[in-house]
Write a protein that binds this ligand. Sequence first.
Ligand code: 5GP
Length: 205
Amino acid sequence: MARVKPERLLIVVSAPSGAGKTTLCEQAVRRLPRLVHSVSYTTRPPRPDERDGRDYHFVDEATFRRMVAEGAFAEWATVHGHLYGTSRKDLEAHWAAGNDAILDIDTQGAAILRGKFRDGIFVFILPPSVAQLEARLRSRRTDAPEEIARRLAKARTEMAAYPEYEYVVVNDDVERAVGVLCAIITAERSKSRRFIPGPGLATAE
Ligand code: 5GP
């Protein structure tokens, strides 16, 4: 079983679509040093405000399938009819650069990583209510009504997966929820088994 180097973290964040997970991850990256968002690959077409390389690496299905065959993904899944995957090489590059990686992925991808990284930190973001989730999805205005209905139906089944995660953050208030997410990461970073003492802290035998 692969192991994250003790001092480097893999933080996996899942949530039903519209629970505000992207904002929470972005804010955590802005607030905490040495935390980077791993940019996924997808075959979904970009939304108007999205940029290639920043929000996703947008690729065609042939490219994605070739990457799958080459073993390029640490995990990949079909979500809402499109393919999404996390590049193994990107993750390793983040850790090699001394950063912790935060992944915003669905419950299928999280289940795959749970089997591969025993030190991974799994966080589930819940909306305060299903009604709020629906309102958020509708206010986004970037998806067609059938797409919204599809995402809402999937959200209901995804929410049932929260007990498989170590941590749950209810996104009732963005400021509070970002604070909780940052606190989880900070606490995980402070675990004694991840501590590597410097020369000034050598203890007597
Ligand atoms: P969206 O199309 O709204 O950006 O994302 C749809 C869903 O795909 C979200 O639940 C998001 O977390 C998930 N997703 C994004 N990137 C990945 C990935 O690399 N792997 C997996 N398994 N899911 C992903």
